[in-house]
Design a protein around this ligand. Structure first.
Ligand code: SF4
Length: 440
């Protein structure tokens, strides 16, 4: 089987695809880089918004047009919630609900290719690289969520919380490091709830990973603010845990937060942000904000804008509320009209862009470690561009002589200039750092 894997949606989906890619390879199948090369295409869908559902259907349609001979497997939250909308689409052979995801590799192998001989023999212990990136790996450590945010369809789609055993995660991180990855990002639907079903905790998982792996960078993806305990910050005493926190705020107004069913008010959030900034030097704090939640008045919206300005974020993901069938918020009165959602969304995007530029400017003149990820275009002076991220997740670009290869290397970089769009920094890599041949 030649399988192409693609995803829409969150980092958890990316982590799942990466895990399945390794699973398919270990089972002797070939993971390919383009849909045209595949005889099986796997789409991990998203249903977090109505738009995400629409894009999921569109992607399946486009993949079938690109390669009408490939058999299509659809999984993910949209496949779980609305299988009937996917089943009639041309090319779709198999729909795998979220509850069967753990068995996905076997299901696909058995149902779509029962008699095939493996095309690729994998030696025991050999790890293949997920196409697309050799620098940062997303590790799914748990699934499901016990919270009941009133807008959230993900919690309906993903079910009860299930955590992976500590030893499995340590083994996976070590395998990925051996395979060349420099950074592991821990992801989950409710990452802060890790281990509750195992008598463990996220704190313990991070401590165990720092003690039993040597991957240079460990990063946490989105964490619900109410899951953070005061002694959590001590984990950042280890410089291998990257100084970046993504804490979804969703609204900066307490009455909106109550309707959302969020378990954190603005005072608590402000206290956490302040404590984190004291404990973690040079922290980048990023967040998610939802605009146009049912009943959001102009006064509530103004309170949100003021609170976002008060906290100051390095980056914001802005979502417009869209009612999702089966959620409490979809049944609430006072749905906000689209024109107001668009206006609020634009206002928040503008605010977010200004805050990001201000955050980036604070680091001008500093030298920070950058993990270089991608080779870019040639400059008129013959140097080649590279892009990457600092430890605190600032997007950085540089140019080095064409004989230098930076991909998948961590080098010190002097941050010199803010890009014209204010979204990234230009850096100079020390001449001694840019000459080494590519590692791994
Ligand atoms: S914490 Fe809330 S928004 Fe996040 S997955 Fe759970 S229910 Fe959904």
């Amino acid at each position: 089987m030649r399988i192409y894997l693609t995803t829409l949606g969150c980092r958890l989906n990316e982590a799942e695809n990466a895990g399945w890619a390794r699973g398919f390879q270990a089972a002797g199948h070939r993971v390919v880089d383009t849909p045209a090369q595949a005889n099986v295409v796997l789409v991990n869908t998203c249903a977090v918004t109505t738009e995400a559902s629409r894009k999921s259907r569109k992607l399946v349609y486009q993949l079938h047009r690109l390669n009408p001979n490939a058999r299509i497997v659809v999984t993910g939250c949209y496949a779980e919630l609305e299988p009937a909308a996917l089943a009639p689409l041309a090319g779709v052979d198999l729909i795998v609900g979220n509850r069967d995801k753990a068995r996905l590799v076997n299901l696909v192998s058995e149902l779509l290719d029962p008699h095939a001989m493996p095309e690729l023999v994998v030696e025991t212990g050999e790890t293949h690289i997920y196409p697309g990136s050799r620098t940062r790996a997303f590790i799914k450590v748990q699934d499901g969520c016990r919270n009941h945010c009133t807008f959230c369809v993900v919690t309906l789609a993903r079910g009860e919380e299930r955590s992976r055993p500590l030893a499995d995660i340590v083994a996976e991180v070590n395998e990925l490091h051996d395979a060349g990855f420099q950074e592991a990002v821990l992801t989950g639907v409710h990452l802060g709830g890790y281990g509750a079903d195992l008598g463990a905790s996220l704190d313990e998982l991070v401590s165990v990973l720092l003690a039993n792996t040597s991957i240079p960078r460990l990063r946490l993806s989105s964490l619900e603010p109410w899951d953070l305990r005061p002694d959590f910050w001590r984990l950042w005493e280890n410089p291998r845990l990257m100084p970046h926190l993504h804490l979804p705020l969703q609204s900066g107004c307490d009455s909106t937060l109550r309707r959302m069913g969020r378990r954190c008010d603005t005072d608590t959030f402000a206290g956490l942000a302040a404590a984190a900034r004291v404990a973690i030097p040079d922290l980048s704090l990023t967040s998610d904000l939802m605009v146009g939640f049912p009943g959001e008045t102009e006064a509530e919206w103004t309170a949100t804008v003021a609170f976002v300005q008060e906290i100051g974020f390095a980056h914001l993901h802005v979502f417009a509320f869209s009612p999702r069938q089966g959620t409490a918020a979809a049944r609430m009165r006072g749905q906000v009209v689209n024109v107001d959602k668009r206006r609020r969304s634009q206002q928040l995007h503008e605010l977010a862009a200004g805050m990001k530029a201000a955050h980036l400017k604070r680091y001008l003149g500093q030298t920070r470690p950058v993990l270089w990820e991608r080779e870019g275009t040639l400059q008129p002076d013959g140097r080649r561009c590279w892009t990457g991220y600092t430890d605190n997740y600032l997007a950085v670009e540089t140019a080095v002589p064409p004989t230098s290869h930076l991909t998948n290397r961590i080098t010190p970089a002097l941050l010199t200039t803010l890009s014209p769009d204010g979204a990234s920094l230009w850096a100079e890599v020390a001449a001694s750092a840019d000459r080494r041949p590519m590692e791994n």
